[in-house]
Design a protein around this ligand. Structure first.
Ligand SMILES: [Cu+2]
Length: 397
């Protein structure tokens, strides 16, 4: 083990100043790479997720870049300050920060990053009903979206990676607000529930008095009411046993696996957090990426079962993902993402909370399932609704 190294110099120039990874880019590794890992990035025009054509340079350590994404509740407590990690898995060779140093706040407010932040966030909203929540694109599109967001945060600070929130381990008590919890009200947390009358969040770094949602995309109708981050915590996410049952679905039943992951886990948990997360601008909620990190991790865990699991379904889709020039097959392998980036999810270490489905003797409790609001927000087709309702029975205690 080695201590993390901050802004480690490569030939005297700090990674932080040279790592110009722009969000909304498609990385094209090429022969331009030199011994310091310089990659020329060609930018493409046309799509929403990509900016007008120009070139920029991404400098990597001599090895390919590794992004390690940890569980948000496993990362250091606010008092700890830093987290010890293995140098061989350090993000971009420059270390990794605990979530207490999560840079979302800076990306969303600092004028240097804000335009790119707003634009990226709004891409999700613009494309919400354009295929990104349907089977052929849902998993790969959101994997790519997390990568773009990860890249944006690394422009703010090259040590940052997006953590994931494993809500199954805390299913029995998901919205606790202790100092080491995600929803803690201090500067290290994400703040707690929204409060009446508008459901605006009034605690933590994203509280109404100091933070607001990105402006709606150009041309979108103006929206009444405050542009605060809203939450309406309700219910319990699927527990550990339920997630394990999803992970055990056989290869030949990939469509069942995808549907359960997308609807019964992803859609439902969006609306358990409620407020902004249960709306078409859900990506404006900083916790969006923590939830999607976990959805992506579940897909990755399933893919790791065999090469056939890794390569099922998506490599045959001959359609670029909405708003991009990237095919699903290009993001299928988490260890080989666009630009030569390798991402890994660390397995969670935090204790499982009571009633979250651990141990033989432990009582499980029923958790929340699909309801009318979720169906409406995510435009779930009636055939999928009946299938999801039927399959939900195999997940519940
Ligand atoms: Cu989405």
């Amino acid at each position: 083990m080695a201590n993390m190294f901050i802004n480690r110099d490569i030939n005297g120039v700090s990674v932080a100043t040279r790592l110009h990874i722009l969000a909304s880019e498609r990385y094209v590794p090429s022969a331009d790479r030199n011994i310091f890992g310089v990659i020329r990035i060609r930018r493409h025009t046309r799509s929403v997720l990509e900016k007008p054509s120009r070139e920029s340079t991404l400098i990597l350590p001599s090895k390919d870049m590794v992004i390690v994404r940890g569980g948000v509740e496993d990362l250091a407590s606010p008092e700890d300050g830093t987290v010890e990690i293995d140098a061989t898995t350090a993000s971009a060779g420059c270390g990794m920060l605990p979530y207490t140093e999560y840079r979302d706040l800076q990306a969303s407010t600092d004028p240097t990053f804000k335009n790119d932040y707003d634009r990226l966030i709004n891409d999700h909203r613009i494309l919400f009903t354009s295929g990104i929540h349907e089977p052929i694109h849902f998993l790969p599109w959101h994997r790519y979206f997390i990568l773009l967001y990860d890249n944006l945060l690394r422009r703010v600070d090259c040590r940052v990676t997006v953590p994931y929130w494993d809500w199954s381990r805390v299913s029995g008590d998901p919205f606790r607000t202790n100092p080491t919890d995600l929803w803690h009200s201090g500067n290290a947390g994400f703040g707690g529930n929204g409060v009446a009358p508008n459901g605006c969040v009034q605690t933590g770094p994203f509280r109404e008095s100091i933070w607001s949602l990105p402006p709606p995309p150009a041309g979108a109708p103006t929206e009444p009411g405050p542009r605060c981050l809203r939450r309406r915590f309700n219910g319990n996410p699927p527990d550990l046993v339920a997630v394990n049952r999803v992970l055990q679905i056989n290869l030949v039943n990939f469509t069942d696996f995808e549907l359960l992951l997308r609807i019964n886990l992803h859609d439902v948990v969006h609306c358990l957090i409620g407020g902004t997360m249960c709306f078409n601008d859900s990506a404006s909620a900083p916790e969006f990426f923590l939830h999607h990190g976990f959805i992506d991790k579940i897909w990755d865990d399933w893919q790791k079962r065999s090469d056939a699991h890794l390569n099922v379904f998506f490599p045959n889709i001959n359609e670029v993902m909405p708003g991009t020039q990237v095919f699903p097959r290009e993001v299928v392998d988490l260890s080989s993402q666009p630009g030569g980036v390798r991402a890994e999810y660390q397995q969670p270490k935090s204790p499982v909370r009571p009633s979250s489905g651990q141990g033989h003797n432990q009582q499980r409790r029923r958790f929340s399932s699909l309801n009318a609001k979720v169906i409406r927000v995510f435009h779930i087709k009636s055939t999928e609704v009946s299938k999801a309702m039927e399959m939900a029975k195999m997940l519940q205690p």
